[in-house]
Ligand binder design. Structure first.
Ligand code: GDP
Length: 597
């Protein structure tokens, strides 16, 4: 076979270690994007991603680089999502590469995500090029970083490239290493065409745009294609590459990374990790590693104003077009009316979608308590998946409830050991093993219930380690435990939106906490309101909401009528923003506030 001068690689790093800055620098050095266009970080497109400093969507870019050996190489830089919620997407982007540039911030050293990413990359048999980045920083500690490279990641320190994305040091060295150390495209010898789907995007003019990496064979406009996971067939309308703009080309050949536009209309038909083959000459086997992505976290989303229902529905539909991992279906709640049950990959994914509904679609929403997916078995019935506590079978009939667990890598300073151990214990976790990283830091591997880390684990980790702790996780097994449904009653009425599944040992504490918080958040009412937590019929905690005493118009002495009216109107407006549950007015963010510690 001819030698192909193509190299496919990605940059992996802990958040903030300089991936975006370095990517821009590589584009600039290869004249892919003119310098003056590069005012902003190019690969992170969405505002929200920028604000949070994370990348969610992968945007590949094709660059041309004239190497020291005199030949011009085609370099495809893949971007990987930077958050654990998206680890399957990361693994598919990595599978589309032969090598990875692993960034380590010279002042921070190795972090939890660095280790997790390095493992993912070696797990995909990628060649890892270690880069110590930000060496321009006065606080850079090169010796320590090189030592950690050997001790923690088992990479010889002499393989490391010293660089600074900011001042441009080492950029050429990185490009040379990509060309000389990363092998040319793999899996070319398969008979038949195989291309890996690693992402997709919805374009309102052109429909679904699939991002693909061709391993063997070729894709051209006019070809009939088959998606191997489902056997669905379609016609290819256009193929092209990203420069980073989309540019149409004649053919995507072996080793190429680009996009495919077909007559497929629905994003959910394009599954990440799927294999595209040609219909007339199909491949016999899919590319390895395909998995059906299932949402891990669910919550109900309801419009604050019930006449925004259609607007919310349209917003969810549009978000779903671009995000096959996000799911929703209609549901109704006694407390909140008509809304939607939504499924997300993780808590960050959930927050992002909620934020986009508010910002980009201008719909005020209420979210219910998030829930993981439980496996529940009741007498005489097959095991079912339950993602909404309201749907649990009658407690008397339940044989077991099993919950998902995670395997977490938690990196902390030695000095926080005691605090972290008690945090892990509080969250019902067990330590699997402990590794000493250097004189100051340890890496704990712990098994924890996913449910326990959903709401505040990361914040608590950051707070007890004064910001130095970091965590990454992968999903583990399901484990049965003593789990029960806890209801919250307001004025004697259960509010389904506040129901949750909790461990029995924690029910009372959590019930009390929820009641206290609600009692604080719910404004004084005209009459006394009881807030109670209950398991089955048994009340386990109780608080009262204060009674309203003050008449807002009292201080007007009945004199100035316009002022009085204004005040009353203001009060009415204030009321309008409340959600009416029975006779009780609840602020819309009550549900979010009780979730936060
Ligand atoms: P990402 O989260 O990995 O994409 O990181 P960014 O590229 O967004 O960089 C995070 C922060 O580090 C930003 O404030 C950058 O300006 C800064 N930064 C990135 N590269 C360098 C570098 O080489 N030297 C210095 N001093 N700062 C850098």
């Amino acid at each position: 076979m001819d030698e192909i001068l193509t190299r496919n690689f990605c940059i992996i790093a802990h958040v903030d270690h300089g991936k975006t800055t370095l990517s821009d620098r590589l584009l600039e050095h290869t004249n892919t994007v003119e310098q003056r266009v590069l005012t902003d970080q190019h690969l992170d497109a969405m505002d929200l991603e920028k604000e949070r400093g994370i990348t969610i969507k992968s945007h590949p870019v094709t660059m041309h680089y004239r190497a020291k050996d005199g030949r011009t190489y085609k370099l495809n830089l893949m971007d990987t999502p930077g958050h654990v919620d998206f680890s399957y997407e990361v693994s598919r982007s990595l599978a589309a590469c032969e090598g990875a540039v692993l960034l380590i911030d010279a002042a921070q050293g190795v972090e939890a995500q660095t280790v997790a990413n390095a493992h993912l990359a070696t797990g995909q048999n990628l060649k890892v090029i270690p880069v110590i980045n930000k060496i321009d920083l006065p606080s850079a500690n090169l010796d320590l970083c090189l030592q950690q490279l050997e001790d923690i990641l088992f990479i010889p320190h002499d393989e490391a490239i010293l660089a600074s994305g900011k001042s441009g040091i080492g950029i050429q060295d990185i490009l040379e290493a990509v060309v000389t150390r990363i092998p040319p495209p793999r899996w070319r010898d398969h008979k038949g065409t195989r291309a890996l789907v690693f992402d997709s995007l919805y374009d309102s003019y052109r429909g679904v745009i699939t991002y693909a990496r061709v391993f063997s064979g070729a894709l051209r406009a006019g070809d009939g294609m088959t998606l191997m996971s489902t056997g669905q067939k379609a016609e290819i309308k256009e193929v092209g590459i990203f420069t980073p703009k989309m540019v149409k080309i004649d053919m995507l050949g072996e080793g190429d990374v680009g996009y495919v536009v077909s007559n497929i209309k629905d994003t959910s038909d394009i599954k990440i990790g799927d294999t595209i083959t040609l219909t007339r000459q199909p491949a016999t086997e899919m590319l390895p590693g395909y998995k059906e992505v299932r949402p891990m976290v669910f919550c109900g989303l309801y419009p604050l104003e019930s006449n925004d229902y259609e607007k919310l529905k349209a917003a969810l539909g549009r978000l779903r077009l671009n995000d096959a991992a996000f799911q929703y279906q209609s549901e109704s709640s006694i407390a909140l009316g008509f809304g939607f049950r939504c499924g997300f990959l993780g808590l960050l994914h959930m927050e992002i979608i909620q934020e986009r509904i508010r910002r980009e679609h201008d719909v005020e929403i209420i979210s219910t308590y998030p829930s993981v997916v439980y496996h529940v078995k009741a007498h005489g019935l097959p095991e079912i998946d339950v993602d909404n506590p309201v749907l649990l079978p009658d407690p008397g009939t339940i044989e077991y409830i099993a919950e998902p667990t995670i395997r977490a890598s938690i990196l902390i300073p030695n000095t926080s050991m005691g605090d972290i151990l008690s945090l892990i214990m509080e969250k019902r976790g067990v330590i699997d093993h402990t590794d000493t990283l250097d004189a100051n830091r340890v890496m704990l591997t712990a098994i924890l219930p996913l449910n326990e880390i959903l709401v505040d684990f990361n914040d608590r980790l950051k707070s007890v380690t004064h910001g130095y702790g970091s965590m990454d996780y992968e999903l583990g097994e399901y484990k049965a435990d003593d789990l029960v449904k806890m209801d919250i009653l307001i004025n004697g009425e259960p509010v389904d939106a506040f129901s949750s599944i909790v461990h029995r040992s924690k029910a009372e504490g959590k019930g009390r906490e929820l009641c206290e918080k609600l009692a604080e958040i719910i404004p004084p009412q005209m009459f006394r309101v009881a807030i109670q937590a209950a398991i089955g019929g048994k009340i386990i905690a109780r608080e009262n909401v204060r009674e309203m005493r003050k008449d807002v118009t009292a201080k007007c002495y009945g004199g100035d009528i316009t002022r009085k009216r204004k005040l009353l109107e203001k009060q009415k407006e204030g009321k309008k923003k409340m959600k009416q549950i029975g006779k009780v007015s609840i602020p819309p963010d009550a549900f979010i506030q009780v979730l936060k510690n």
